[in-house]
Design a protein around this ligand. Structure first.
Ligand code: COA
Length: 297
């Protein structure tokens, strides 16, 4: 169900955004919402059919959009896609690194090449895109004034905050992404006025991530243990991206915003709430009756 944006429709008017992995899933919803709030959109992806469908969906909503074929693992593709974006729109204000690879696999069955593949897409790909985009995003870059630079948003995850079953590769890759976010925020925030932040989505309904990684029955069980008791929507992630990309986020740099309803903090409830209240009352009474301090019980 489409929710209405709480942001004004012109908060990104005149801005240009490039999104890797922006043709499907969470990346596409971010493309659409940045576009609906005034930005021109360039989408980079590996599959032409996905790009074409995404671009026509954006254009049908009155958004200026182009699709550019490319793989973030190839530096030449990164250079070419950035040049095409500048050629088409004259500048770059916002880079969103949303391209990612994922699959469930026990660590013992994952080949080093499988591990490397995900590191290459998520971590090295994110760095490559940032590296090649620097000259366009920095203050004084094409179409920019000499005092304000652009914005980078890296899509991360919460998997590595603890440890996640069968996702050693993605956990390692996203830990590296978060580290890249902080290092670039420090260096490029200081030198070039580029704000670099991340977003760590929890399980988001209607995405390849959830359907590939969590079969229905597992998802149902996991929702029971989730603080807000529901899956997130792609829209929730797109709103976080708008917040970070707009002036509302102008003092936010080096942060990875967790948008998971509190899930990564959660653990199964061991006692029903009523039982805890009773237990707590019983302890109070015992301490009063015996006359010893609670701390000594
Ligand atoms: N289980 C175990 N290993 C796997 C695997 C799986 N499900 N899928 C791929 N691999 C391994 C391959 O075996 C190979 O290693 P090997 O050479 O030692 O055998 C390595 O990963 C590369 O696989 P390949 O199929 O050549 O990579 P690719 O570049 O074509 O695909 C993937 C990249 C594997 C990450 C692919 O899943 C992908 O791009 N998916 C789309 C994005 C996505 O899933 N998005 C959701 C984000 S949450």
């Amino acid at each position: 169900m489409e929710s209405r944006s709480p942001f004004k429709g012109d908060i990104l008017r005149g801005k240009v955004a490039l999104l890797t992995g922006g043709g499907s899933g969470i990346g596409f919803e971010i493309s659409a919402q940045l576009g609906k709030h005034g930005a021109s959109i360039a989408i980079m992806g590996r599959r032409k059919t996905v790009l074409d469908a995404a671009v026509s969906a954006l254009q049908s909503q009155g958004i200026q959009a182009i699709g550019l074929e490319g793989d973030v693992r190839k530096q030449d593709d990164a250079v070419r896609v950035l040049e095409s974006t500048i050629k088409q729109f004259g500048k770059l204000d916002i880079l969103v690194n949303a391209a990612a690879g994922n699959f469930l696999v026990p660590a013992e069955d994952l080949s080093p090449n499988g591990f490397r593949t995900v590191m290459d897409i998520d971590s090295v790909g994110t760095f490559t895109m940032c590296h090649e985009a620097l000259k366009y995003l920095k203050k004084g870059g094409p179409g920019k004034d000499s005092s304000s630079g652009g914005i980078i948003i890296n899509i991360s995850a919460t998997l590595h905050y603890t440890a996640s079953w069968y996702q050693i590769h993605v956990s390692a890759a996203k830990a590296a992404v978060d580290s890249i976010t902080r290092s670039l925020a420090l260096e490029w925030g200081t030198d070039y006025d580029i704000r670099v932040n991340g977003i760590a989505p929890g399980p988001i309904g209607d995405t390849a991530g959830v359907s590939k990684l969590a079969p229905d029955e597992i998802m149902k069980k996991s929702i029971e243990n989730q603080p807000l008791y529901k899956l997130g929507e792609k829209w929730d992630i797109a709103m976080a991206a708008l917040y970070l990309a707009s002036d509302a986020g102008k003092y936010i740099n080096g942060t990875t915003l967790v948008v998971d309803g509190g899930l990564w903090l959660s653990s199964p409830r061991r006692l029903p709430k009523e039982a805890v209240k009773q237990l707590s009352l019983a302890v109070e009474r015992r301490s009063r009756d015996v006359g010893i301090p609670k701390s000594k019980l």
